[in-house]
Design a protein around this ligand. Sequence first.
Ligand code: GAL
Length: 714
Amino acid sequence: MRKHRSYSTILCIALQVIAINLFGQAVQLAAGVKKISSGVVDKFTPYGFCSEAPMAAALDKLPAGKLPFDIGDIKINITDRGVVVEVPLDDEEQLYGFGLQIGSFNQRGLKKRPIVNDNPLNDLGYTHGPTTLYVSNKGYGILINTARYTTFYCGTTDKLNKNNKRNDAGKTGNSVEELYKNDKKAAGYVTVDIPGAKGIDIFVFEGPDLKSVMQRYNLFSGGGALPAIWGLGVKYRVKADFNQSQVGKMAAYFRNNHIPCDVLGLEPRWQTASYSCSYVWNKSFFPSPNEFIDTMKNKGFHINLWEHAFTSPKSPLYEPLKNKAGNYLVWNGLVPDFADTAAANIFATYHRDTFVNEGISGFKMDECDNSNIAFGRDSWSFPELSSFPSGIDGEQMHQLFGLLYQKTIYNIYKKSNKRTYLDVRASNAFASSYPAALYSDTYVHDEYIRMIVNSGFAGMIWSPEVRESTSIKDFMRRSQTAVLSAQTLYNSWYLKNPPWLQINKEKNNKDELMPDAKDVEADVRKLLNFRMSLIPYLYNAFAAYHFKGIPVFRALVMDYPKDKNTFNLSDEYMIGDGILAAPLTERADGRTVYLPAGTWYDFNTNQKFDGGKSYTIKPGLTQLPIFIKAGTILPLAEPVEHVAPDTKFQVTCYVYGTTKTDAQLFEDDGLTFDYDKGVYNTVNLLWDKGHGEVKRNGKYKGLRYVVRKWQLIN
Ligand code: GAL
């Protein structure tokens, strides 16, 4: 026994020595996740607030990655100004990330400041989701665990090296081009500037490739979010000043016209005070809220409430939060100190008792970003110099406010074993497991598409909402993008009628509907029906996000990392494993689509395409611009108008160009977290030599999918 113990002690010491030699001060946190630290690290960091446990078993199953440099080559320098980090970078590396970036995709050669803001401000890096994580195509990710305003120089800075003479010294050009030509051979490192910090934790996520780095990051953050199944249907937000009966009429409009809708969102006026918020039903608009929630529920609608966290003096939460708030007000409301669990609990308990227990299915957590130049409005929110009782400062609170707000609200649902799908306007690192879709007022369609592509590198869910439009073409193209995204959202917060009946805001509010309103409505119905057909496929892709960390929506470079044509491709993306989406904006009837290696099928025509080439496509306004990868089984359901607890999807399996393949569907109640206790089924769809078969494994007793038909597309 004694001998045995001494052997293990020796082994332990030996392993530690190896670890120290290999990784400097690196600490292994989970398989392929290491942390290096230096100095006195901040008390308030994104990881410090992560309370989700890593998905250890799934992390263990990922293939091992290897850093292309020695981890000890990451340099941390603490100066009077703050912390400077240098991470090796080679000439060929491509970099992605920094959260939900709006204006750029491949970050190599750029200077980025991921700072929370509702406006991209010349692509400086300002975003709703400013994560200090970047990922390299050499197969690793670097996360600087800070809530301070941080700048990343992605191979753009050249240091003076006193030992070397510059070989181009004194070179002048004869032409203007030569004069201004940049020495493109960039520095061999990414430099990170974190002013104010006295120390830092750096998380290193190993690959081996881009996709597995993101899997590791998402799994380490607790696994990707699995929204309530109804959340994958259509969400419609009604005009801000609608009252109970107007919302009822809108609900009836959807059902009478057979337009799918699962969630109705109420905007500011449901409360007695909204800027700042009272969190009290305005009884002159909603005389009987509980009855209203129940009636809507019986018609198959979930109700989602708009709010923000700035607490009005008129709110019952004002007194309890008064000593647990920042020293500056926003719209005359308190800024709750969500960094203090006591403050978060007060906010959560009230929301649980008043809303969640009464049947409210979700919230839209607005205004948690802040703005330097808000669209025509003044800048708003609390200043960076604010202080909070917990000790967090205003700058850190800004970066973390959306994250902590989400955590506060999400935990109510999690503790109640009810799933949800939330909206939120700011997020940050380690939020992968929160089922909250980010949204934005920016409304530039190309940017909305790029954000879908970037969301896969952010561990975030993004919903490119649809509102008014400049033309019907614009409206339909935006609707297509919404259908091909994580949340299909129409945000009519200032539109009396659905935008498909009148795209022009003024006319819409005067009830002047378009002459062809019914035709546009029919076209939108087709698109939304497709969305409903896609739910089984999407839901399975979300299950893969949860259990394996694979982003549902992701850049092509994640799936085809060796293909240089994908390095800068930011207007196409994968949905799950088998669908490639190439959305169009209003500018043209057609676009170029690049298809990576393999065989692809145009979903609309079934035409076959060879990959590795670009093609021009011209899908119509009711045709979704998607391609299906050969070998895919695409399970499409008969569209339902909403997803009820007992909905059984009637599925046709379309098999694309193969004699033998398989696919899965994820089957559970869609409403609770019981899946985390193993209560779910894997429905295996098996195709072999012209014959399809369904095999179920698992503990879930219900039945959500009935496979009616198999069809080969060849
Ligand atoms: C905005 C939000 C809009 C809408 C509006 C209501 O900040 O982005 O979607 O909810 O507030 O006042």
